[in-house]
Every structure is written in C-alpha cells, then in structure tokens.
Design a protein around this ligand. Sequence first.
Ligand code: APR
Length: 165
Amino acid sequence: MGRIRIVTADITRLKVDAIVNAANSTLLGGGGVDGAIHRAAGAELLAYCRTLGGCPTGEARITPGFNLPAQWIVGPVWQDGDQDEPELLRDCYLNSFKLASEQGCRTIAFPAISTGVYGYPKRNAATEALSVMGDWRDGFDEITACCFSQSDADLALCPECLMGD
Ligand code: APR
C-alpha cells in the first residue's frame, strides 16, 4: 500500500514520476501552478500541448516533463462548472491517476486543483482530493498532495479532510 504525504513545496521541484498541472481547457498555459509548470518545463511543453487540441473539464491529458525533474505532466482541467463540482473535481484526480498509472508511474504529485483562480473552497477540495487519493494508494508507491502554503497543508491535515466528513 503506497503512502500519501502532504507537503508544502513548489511542485515543479518535486522529483516524482508525474506531476499534475491545474490547467485549463486550452492546455496553452496560464497563471498559478499552470504558469509555473510551463516556465519550468520550457517552451517544448507549450509546443507539445498545441498538438493535443485542448482538454474537456474533468478529463486529463499526459505530456513529457521536458526540463522538469518529473517524467510526465498530467493536465486535468476544471472550468468553473456551475454544477457537479465535486464530481468533476474527483474526475480530475481520477483521470490523472488513470493516465499516470497507464504510463507506469509509481510516484505522483498533485497541486490543490481549482483552489486558486477557480476559487473552489479549500476544505471541500481537500476532502475530495484525499478521498480519491485513498482509493488509489494501492496503485502507487507514493502520492503527494503538494500544497503551496503551510496554511493549505495544515487545512488538508484537518480531521474533517482526512476523514472525509
Ligand atoms: N507549486 C504547487 N502549487 C502551486 C504552485 C506551485 N508552483 N503555484 C500555485 N500553486 C497552488 C495555488 O496556491 C493553489 O493552491 O496551486 C493551487 C491551484 O491554483 P491555480 O494555479 O490558480 O489553479 P486553479 O485554481 O485550478 O485554476 C486554474 O488558473 O492559471 C490558470 O491556466 C490556469 O485557467 C487555469 C486556472
């Protein structure tokens, strides 16, 4: 059974098989973690993403990591859906796990998808994310929830999030 860890870090610096990007439906970059990943990976990532033709909400696409220590980037997409937010967010994690698993990845790191620009309530998002991570822990050696601030990490460690209340 793989371990789940919650860290505070810049996801572009994590030495894991796959990092997940909180992208948008164009896959052509943006701000936040999307911008950080594109800057760290280099221009080849954007060129590669241009060949993918976008990605619908809740789905994922996989790319090489280029200049990143990570081998693959899995780009789930979340628009500001006006319904089924929890299901769509879970789909982002689920489809990222599926793609990374198909590529033989054994370690994977996720940012707090949709909790920045898209304003998904952090506690709610952490509960959904940790629930899906628990479902997939047997398929990986290590699953990392990569928070960008200690306060986000502390929130993810709250009993409600960990217990799925
Ligand atoms: N490493 C880890 N986490 C990061 C990093 C980083 N380098 N940079 C930002 N984050 C965190 C944010 O603090 C937030 O908790 O990633 C989480 C997701 O925030 P956003 O990057 O704003 O992503 P999201 O809310 O999913 O919105 C996606 O924003 O940048 C655009 O193109 C992107 O349209 C898409 C939208």
